[in-house]
Design a protein around this ligand. Structure first.
Ligand code: HEM
Length: 291
């Protein structure tokens, strides 16, 4: 039978004759407290080994609580890690791109709705102009923005007055759609959107008809070659124009504002290839010599 609170065994007592002692109430409370503490210690006692010696580590309720917390990653920890990773990426991108970009050049491929100017323009609504209205935006009136057009799209290039403003190296591009000049490079003669016949600049000049190689070809073979070269030339024109269209539409400072209202100029006479482009055309004799 467990000893009652009102009795305890004397250490020196004869086990056959246990001595019963009276305890007062204060002592009883103290005993209860001490017993409870000892039980608690026994429960949480943990053995460990340090420096080859066996040591005892006592864990309290408070330790248990902090262990519980350690096991969970707080929201603040997650935010700290994300923030650190973002800062590392920004710094590394800035370093790797030599100060060009904080986001690994991603801004160049941003869709239009991620560009401030494009969104602003979208909210304002498109500015569609006739060729004569567009001509007003050529920098002669300083209160108006600088607009150029390419492939029918009007681009605001006011961010670069040094290049497109009066006296700028590419001032001739503003105030009209000069798509043809973007392909031929003839900045005086070809400031027009009329692209008819431009592909000729990539089609070889037939200057080798008397050669043995050319004489061996039948009329049909020459015709098929011609057709193939025409298709390739048209693709090159589109690629060259596309290059500049992309340049302006993806530029971080320029933005599209609207479209040129096309005028019916189909009746206009087909233009000759400008001198510079004609001069640079490939020659059949050169191509044959490379075969
Ligand atoms: C088809 C021929 C060419 C076209 C369509 C063309 C077009 C352009 C355009 C639109 C720009 C302005 C880029 C911007 O807005 O930042 C530019 C800049 C420039 N181009 Fe050309 N270009 C051509 C050929 C050349 C050639 C042959 C040279 C060299 C002799 C040249 C030298 C330059 C230079 C130095 C700049 C920078 C101007 C500056 O930042 O002030 N371009 N080009």
């Amino acid at each position: 039978m467990p000893p009652t609170l009102r009795s305890r065994r004397n250490n020196n007592a004869d086990s056959a004759h246990p001595r019963v002692v009276e305890v007062d109430t204060d002592e009883e409370a103290e005993i209860t407290r001490a017993t409870a503490q000892q039980q608690e210690r026994n429960k949480t006692e943990k053995s460990g080994t340090a420096n080859g010696k066996k040591t005892k580590v006592y864990k309290t309720d408070a330790d248990d609580d902090s262990d519980e917390e350690d096991r969970f990653i707080s929201v603040l920890d997650v935010i700290r890690v994300i923030f650190t990773l973002v800062m590392l990426s920004v710094g590394l991108s800035y370093y790797v791109t030599a100060g060009e970009s904080y986001i690994w050049g991603f801004e160049k491929d941003r869709p239009w709705w991620m560009r401030y100017n494009d969104v602003k323009q979208f909210l304002k609504g498109p500015v569609n102009l006739t060729p004569s209205e567009l001509a007003l935006y050529n920098g002669s009136d300083p209160s108006l923005p600088l607009y150029l057009a390419i492939n029918g799209t009007i681009i605001d290039v006011s961010a670069n007055p040094g290049i497109y403003g009066p006296g700028g190296g590419y001032h001739f591009f503003v105030g009209h759609d000069a798509s043809r000049a973007f392909v031929t490079g003839c900045f005086q003669e070809d400031l027009t959107h009329d692209m008819r016949g431009v592909e000729e600049m990539y089609i070889p000049i037939e200057d080798d008809d008397s050669s043995h190689r050319e004489q061996r070809l039948t009329k049909g073979e020459k015709q098929r070659r011609r057709e193939k070269e025409l298709i390739e030339a048209q693709e090159k024109v589109q690629a060259q124009l596309g290059h500049w269209v992309n340049f302006f539409s993806n530029h971080k400072k320029y933005f599209a504002v609207g479209k040129v209202i096309a005028e019916d100029d189909e009746h206009l006479e087909k233009r000759d290839l400008c001198e510079g482009a004609q001069h640079n055309r490939p020659r059949r004799s050169e191509l044959n010599s490379q075969l």
